[in-house]
Design a protein around this ligand. Structure first.
Ligand SMILES: Cc1ncc(C[n+]2csc(CCOP(=O)(O)OP(=O)(O)O)c2C)c(N)n1
Length: 363
């Protein structure tokens, strides 16, 4: 296997990237905010304050670096392990926490699982629970952008396990044939729940699969935020020039459990975890920025403190809200005018709520 693209420990002082010092600090800060939010929400789940959570710990550089290469209007069809993308694109953390609580201020009205965000204003399309369906949605949207003559590109991300789904083949093939402006970001975090890579694919990594579809495939150090930015920026520029899709394989590691319903100590060897912990993407970038004089110890401390304060305030705001959206909201958002059978069901539900305190008949 060729070595994945890495920049952070390169000896070159000037990496030739079009990023200002402010950009570099923003990348760092977003990664720290993402980590702090994850840590807190896992704890909340353990305390029974939210029902479920999926942390992206260890993979912050992969998606934050990738998203930084996008314009604000570009489309994102993300994996469920990409919390840093909405944060980077300016979504308030508080809104993400409301979603995890499924409270009245959750913009998905408690209808989605926690972490399955959806933010229309940044073209961040709802995360799906069935694996890989975002890949075909993204390929179709990218083709639509091309047909409409728009300059927007589409980024879709998914795990190594998701590449075993038929939708991976359909989406990659369709986008390549139609030269759709789509960036396929495969987040290789070594495991699909407990299934390791050698049970997932017999090929030498995932980037090589691009060749069979007729698109470039690049393998990148997913724990190197600058390498991620550079690789995705090249793919975005290529897509915007009308030259079609690219597959980017980010090599990283899931430092968290798969979800709060999982115990990775049962299948991840301790040495493997330790090896990757030493390559923690936030610490690596921090070291680089310190060396470059872009940040100092004070900045590191104040960033951590501010992120913790932001998470605490968001949780406090979420817990102060009424927990469940009103039952009536079940009937919103599909029809402009409710058809008769739904009007009847709503009446019946209202009666149930009045008589029994909850919808769903007689308990
Ligand atoms: C079609 C489908 N099959 C199975 C599942 C159950 N499932 C949820 S997550 C997961 C593992 C996914 O692994 P990967 O794509 O590598 O992403 P990761 O969780 O490692 O980020 C599985 C099998 C599902 N959600 N959808």
């Amino acid at each position: 296997m060729t070595r994945p693209l890495t920049l952070l420990e390169s000896r070159k002082k000037d990496l030739g990237l079009d990023l200002s010092e402010e950009d570099l600090r923003r990348l760092y800060t977003t990664m720290v905010r993402t980590r702090k939010m994850d840590d807190k929400l896992v704890l909340l789940q353990r305390q029974g304050r939210i029902g479920f959570y999926l942390a992206c710990t260890g993979q912050e550089a992969t998606h934050v670096g990738a998203a930084f290469a996008l314009e604000q209007d570009d489309w994102v069809f993300a994996h469920y392990r990409d919390q840093g993308i909405p944060l980077l694109k300016g979504i308030e953390m508080e809104r993400m926490v409301h979603q995890c609580f499924g409270n009245v201020r959750d913009n998905t009205k408690g209808r989605q699982m926690p972490v399955h965000y959806s933010f229309k204003e940044i073209n961040f399309v709802s995360i799906s629970s069935p694996l890989a369906v975002q890949i075909i949605q993204a390929a179709g949207t990218a083709y639509a952008m091309k047909v409409k003559g728009r300059k927007d590109v589409v980024l879709t991300s998914f795990g190594d396990g998701s590449s075993s789904e038929g939708d991976f083949h359909s989406g990659m093939n369709f986008a390549a044939v139609r030269k759709a402006p789509c960036i396929f970001l495969l987040e290789n975090n070594q495991y699909a729940i407990s299934v390791p890579l050698d049970h997932q694919t017999a090929s030498d990594g995932f980037a090589v699969k691009a060749e069979g579809y007729g698109m470039p495939g690049v393998q990148v150090d997913g724990n190197d935020v600058l390498a991620m930015y550079q690789a995705v920026k090249e793919a975005v520029d290529r897509a915007r020039r009308g030259e079609g899709p690219t597959l980017i394989e980010a090599v990283s590691f899931r430092m968290a459990a798969h979800s709060t319903s999982d115990d990775p100590s049962r299948y991840v060897p301790e040495e493997e975890y330790a090896e990757w912990k030493a390559k923690d993407p936030i610490l690596r970038f921090e070291k680089y920025l310190l060396k470059q004089g872009v940040i100092d110890e004070d900045f590191i401390q104040s960033t951590a403190k501010a992120a913790e304060g932001e998470v605490d305030a968001a949780v406090k705001a979420a817990e102060a809200e009424q927990w469940h959206p009103e039952a009536d909201t079940l009937f919103d958002d599909v029809y402009a005018e409710l058809p008769p059978h739904l009007l009847e069901q709503r009446e019946r539900m209202r009666r149930d709520v009045e008589e029994n305190g909850m919808p769903g008949g007689h308990h």
